[in-house]
Write a protein that binds this ligand. Structure first.
Ligand code: WTA
Length: 635
C-alpha cells in the first residue's frame, strides 16, 4: 500500500477522496500495515458527536512503546532515536540509540512500579527539556500509567491545580533547570505546589543542575540511584485501544484548565501517519521540532510521532537566543537537521535580529520547514522562506490543536503548492467545514466562517478529565454534530484554508494559549483591584500581547500606578506563570457593560488595537460615558 507516504499532488487528491469516501477502510489500512498490534480491533470507528462518544480501533490491544521502541530494535537498534542538545553549547550532545532508549525507558518504568505506580494511575511530569522528560512519558506508557505533563514554565499554583485536578500520585521533576544564562529552581516550585496536593505520594528528582535542594524524607527520591538498580527489561502492559494514554491541560475561555484526554491506538496511528507525511520524513533524516514537550506539539511531534516512525528526533534544552541569536542555526548545522519545525513567534524574534546570525551557518541540510501554534504573518513567512529554506524548502504551515492530537490542515511538502499565511488543505481523512452564525454550513469558495470538523479522526481528544459535560459544551454544542475548533477561518478561491484566529476568549501569545478568565481571576485577587478585563492586541514578535483594563476599589487613598502594575504582574506570575504577564495595564474608572452587566470586550479590544473608527452603537451601554474616558487614556 502506498497510502502511507503521499508523494505528489494528484496522489494527495486521490487518497484524500478515498479517505473521506470510506474513512473506515482508509484508517483500517493505515493501521493494519504499519503498526504492531497484540490483538486486532473489531470495529474501526464508532462515534456520536451528540454525546459525544468517539472510539477508534475498538477491541484492539497494543502498547504504544512497543511501536515506538521495541519493533525498531530488530532493524535499527543502533540508530539514534534522540539527539539531546544541551542548553550550554559547550556541553556535549548525547546520541541515544533505540537500544539505549529501550533500556532507559524500561528502567524508568521499573522505578515507577517500585514506587507503587500501576496501570491507570496519573503521574505528573514537571521537567525541563532533558532526555528524562521523553523517557518519563514513555515509561508511563510502558506500564499503562497516564502521564500529565505540565510545562515547566508554569507557576506552583498552576502546577498544583493540575496535579489535583487529575489526582496524580507521583511527580517527576528535577532539582532545577537551565534556561539560557539562568537557572530555575524547579524542585522549589514543586515543593510549594505540593503543600496543597494531598494525592501525591512520591516525588522522583532528576539531578540536572547539581543544586542543593531539600529532599522530604519518604516522599522525595533522587532518581539516579533507583535507575541504577532497576532492571533493563520491563514487559509492556497490554492496553486497550481506548485506554487513556495521557492528559494534557489547555486553557479555556472560562474557569480552570481543561485536562484533554487522549487515548492509545488512535493517537498513535494519527501522529505517526501525519509525521511521516507532513514532514516527508525519509530514512536517515534528522528531524527537529523546537517546541517544549510540555505542549501538545512536543508530545506528538518530538516524542510519539517521530519514534513511531523510527526517526531521529532532536531534543533541545535551551532557548533560541543563548548564547546568541544564531543558536538554532548552529544546531541545524551541527546535527545536519533535515526537517525543522518551529513557531512563528520564534521566527519573528530571530528575523528581528537580522540575517547575520543565519549567514555564517550551513543550512543546506534543510529539506522541509514547518510552523505551528498561531497564524504566521506574510513577512515572517518570507523571511523563513528566503533565509532559512533559501526558497528551496517548502514551508508547512500546520494548523491543529491540543484537542486534535495531530496536524489537521497543512500542505504536504513537495505536493501541495504553498501560499504564505495559508495552512492550505486538510490532511488525509480530515473534513473541515465553515459554519455561519446561524449554524449553517457555508459552501463554496471565497468565504469565511467558524471552523468545524464534521467527521472524527483517530487522535481527537475523547473527553476532559473529570468533566465530560464541559467537553460536550465546549466542542460539540455550538454546532450540531460538529466538532467546533474555536477558530475562525477563510477559504480562498481554490479552497485553501487560512486560519484567522480565535473566535472565543482565548488569546494566543507567543504561541501559548491563554484564557482571559484565569488571568482576570488572578488580577482580581489583588486587594486594590475591583474589576478587570483582558484583551489581546497585535505585537510584532509575540503575535498578540495582553492589554488589561483594571478598575480599582475606592479606598480614598491614592496608589502609585507603576507599583500597582508591577504587583499585578507579580500576582499573575504567581498564579499562572510569567507567560501570562500583561504588556499594558490601563487603570480606568469603569468598564463598559451591557445592561445585563456583561463586559463589552469587543469595544475594549478595539480600543486596545487603536481601531476606534467603528466602535458601533455605544449608547445602549449601561455606562456609555466610560468609553470616551478609556479612549482618552489609552496606552
Ligand atoms: C492556533 C497547538 C494559525 C489556533 C498545536 C488553535 C494556529 C490553537 C496554527 C491551538 C496555525 C495552531 N495557524 N493558528 N498553523 N496552529 N494555531 O492547543 O488558534 O496549543 O486553535 O495547539 O493555536 O493551540 P494549541
Amino acid at each position: 500500500m502506498s497510502n502511507y507516504h503521499i508523494k505528489n499532488f494528484p496522489e494527495y487528491f486521490h487518497v484524500y477522496r478515498n479517505s473521506v469516501r470510506n474513512p473506515e477502510l482508509f484508517w483500517e489500512e493505515i493501521a493494519e500495515e504499519h503498526f504492531l498490534w497484540r490483538e486486532k480491533w473489531h470495529k474501526v470507528v464508532s462515534w456520536d458527536f451528540s454525546k459525544p462518544e468517539i472510539k477508534w480501533y475498538e477491541g484492539a490491544k497494543l502498547n504504544i512503546t512497543e511501536n515506538c521502541i521495541d519493533r525498531h530494535l530488530y532493524t535499527n537498534a543502533h540508530k539514534t532515536a534522540i539527539i539531546f542538545e544541551p542548553n550550554n553549547p559547550d556541553e556535549e550532545a548525547q546520541h541515544i540509540t533505540y537500544k539505549d532508549l529501550h533500556e532507559r525507558v524500561n528502567q524508568m518504568a521499573n522505578v515507577l512500579k517500585s514506587k507503587g505506580i500501576q496501570k491507570g494511575d496519573r503521574v505528573c511530569i514537571y521537567l525541563p527539556m532533558i532526555p528524562e522528560l521523553a523517557i518519563s512519558l514513555l515509561a508511563c506508557a510502558r506500564i499503562g500509567a497516564i502521564h500529565s505533563v505540565v510545562f515547566a514554565g508554569f507557576s506552583s499554583t498552576a502546577l498544583s491545580t493540575r496535579i489535583n485536578d487529575s489526582e496524580c500520585k507521583m511527580v517527576i521533576t528535577s532539582d532545577g533547570s537551565y534556561r539560557g544564562a539562568k537557572t530555575i529552581d524547579l524542585k522549589g516550585i514543586v515543593d510549594e505546589a505540593l503543600v496543597s496536593c494531598l494525592c501525591v505520594e512520591a516525588v522522583l528528582v532528576v539531578n540536572r543542575i547539581n543544586s542543593e535542594i531539600e529532599m522530604k524524607p519518604e516522599r522525595d527520591f533522587w532518581i539516579a540511584p533507583l535507575l541504577a538498580e532497576a532492571s533493563k527489561e520491563c514487559a509492556p502492559e497490554i492496553m486497550d485501544a481506548e485506554d487513556p494514554l495521557f492528559i494534557l491541560y489547555t486553557s479555556g475561555s472560562t474557569g480552570k484548565p481543561k485536562g484533554m484526554v487522549h487515548t492509545t491506538a488512535g493517537y498513535m496511528v494519527y501522529t505517526a501517519y501525519t509525521f511521516k507525511n507532513v514532514f516527508q520524513y525519509t530514512k536517515g533524516d534528522v528531524y527537529w521540532c523546537t517546541a517544549d514537550i510540555g505542549w501538545i506539539t512536543g508530545h506528538s511531534y518530538i516524542v510519539y510521532g517521530p519514534l513511531a516512525n523510527g526517526a531521529t528526533t532532536v531534543l533541545f534544552e535551551g532557548v533560541p537566543n543563548y548564547p546568541n541569536y544564531g543558536r538554532f542555526w548552529e544546531i541545524v548545522e551541527k546535527h545536519k537537521v533535515n526537517q525543522f519545525y518551529t513557531a512563528p513567534t520564534a521566527i519573528r524574534a530571530l528575523a528581528k535580529e537580522g540575517v547575520d546570525f543565519v549567514d555564517h551557518h550551513d543550512l543546506t541540510s534543510i529539506k522541509v520547514l514547518g510552523t505551528v501554534g498561531e497564524p504566521i504573518n506574510e513577512e515572517a513567512w518570507h523571511w523563513y522562506d528566503d533565509n532559512i529554506g533559501k526558497k528551496k524548502a517548502p514551508i508547512v504551515d500546520t494548523w491543529w490543536q491540543t484537542e486534535t492530537g495531530g496536524v489537521m490542515i497543512t500542505p504536504i511538502p513537495f505536493s501541495t503548492p504553498t501560499k504564505p499565511t495559508y495552512a492550505t488543505l486538510p490532511f488525509l481523512g480530515i473534513q473541515p467545514v465553515l459554519m455561519d452564525e446561524n449554524g449553517n454550513e457555508i459552501t463554496g469558495n471565497q468565504v469565511d466562517g467558524k471552523l468545524c470538523i464534521k467527521y472524527p479522526w483517530p487522535s481527537i481528544a475523547r473527553t476532559i478529565w473529570g468533566d465530560h459535560q464541559r467537553f460536550k459544551d465546549t466542542y460539540f454544542s455550538t454546532f450540531k454534530n460538529m466538532y467546533f475548533t474555536g477558530d475562525g477561518a477563510l477559504r480562498d478561491e481554490v479552497g485553501y484554508y487560512r486560519i484567522t484566529g480565535r473566535v472565543d476568549d482565548v488569546i494566543i501569545v507567543s504561541g501559548h494559549n491563554l484564557g482571559t478568565a484565569p488571568i482576570e481571576d488572578a488580577i482580581n485577587e489583588h486587594p486594590a483591584v475591583s474589576e478587570s478585563a483582558i484583551v489581546g492586541f497585535p505585537h510584532d514578535i509575540k503575535g498578540n500581547a495582553l492589554y488589561g483594563y483594571v478598575t480599582l476599589k475606592e479606598t480614598g487613598e491614592s496608589r502609585d500606578h507603576d507599583n500597582l502594575r508591577k504587583e499585578i504582574n507579580q500576582m499573575i506570575t504567581e498564579q499562572i506563570g510569567p507567560i501570562a504577564k500583561l504588556d499594558k495595564i490601563q487603570f480606568t474608572e469603569g468598564l463598559p457593560k451591557t445592561r445585563s452587566g456583561k463586559i463589552m470586550r469587543r469595544i475594549l479590544r478595539k480600543i486596545a488595537c487603536k481601531d476606534t473608527s467603528n466602535l458601533g452603537d455605544t449608547s445602549t451601554l449601561l455606562n456609555p460615558e466610560v468609553v470616551q474616558d478609556i479612549m482618552d487614556n489609552v496606552l
